[in-house]
Design a protein around this ligand. Sequence first.
Ligand code: APR
Length: 234
Amino acid sequence: MGKLRLVVLSGAGISAESGISTFRDSGGLWENYDISEVATPQAWKKNMPLVLEFYNQRRKQLYEVEPNSAHFDLVELEKYFDVRIITQNVDDLQERAGSTQVMHLHGELKKVRSSIDEDLVHTLEGWELKKGDLCKLGSQLRPHIVWFGEPVPMMSEAAELTQTADMLLIVGTSLNVYPAAGLVEYARSNTPVYIIDPASLPVAHIPNAVLIKEKATIGMKQFVRTVLPSSPIS
Ligand code: APR
């Protein structure tokens, strides 16, 4: 009998206790920038230096933060479940905690790509991407981030994966941004769904949803106790 499959949909809230701000808790600003100024293709065309600087700051911050116990608890669960993580986060904290199966729906801060061939992606050396840093085709390299208004290439793969879940854990996402938020609908009707969030999210539309109204570090301990009654994770 193989391990049960635990599919996790994580968002900015799981990295909040590591010191990375969420999106909607800061009044729709992302580190004091209006998202439309820094996270859209229009912003890139209109003000490339600002967008480059914004993501350089976000990338630089990665070197100043560490995974928190919520990230580590998800790694620990790999001993008991076939854990597959679908994250909207662009930070690498889940991988740094040791997770091996992480799907980044909205891209990855540490990666950059050609602005003319989206398949030309590579990990940036260091934290700074500058105007004039070109891909091998000669175009300006851009952040490997899914901006607002751009397609989410991994969405169908993520939806298929969610359909295979024996258990679904949603942690640290306001479920505000589609299509990612729509993943919940792909869970089978009898799949138990746990939601960890300190806010009282509207979950009435999610069948079998159990809301653990806690911060991720606390909520994860409660989740583990619930799904692994005799869990050694203290
Ligand atoms: N632990 C757990 N959850 C938390 C914590 C915490 N310590 N602090 C805040 N939260 C919750 C908030 O209550 C909120 O429900 O995390 C959620 C964060 O929601 P958002 O800020 O909307 O972040 P997210 O859902 O990841 O945003 C989705 O929107 O801006 C775009 O592309 C961006 O990937 C992002 C997407």
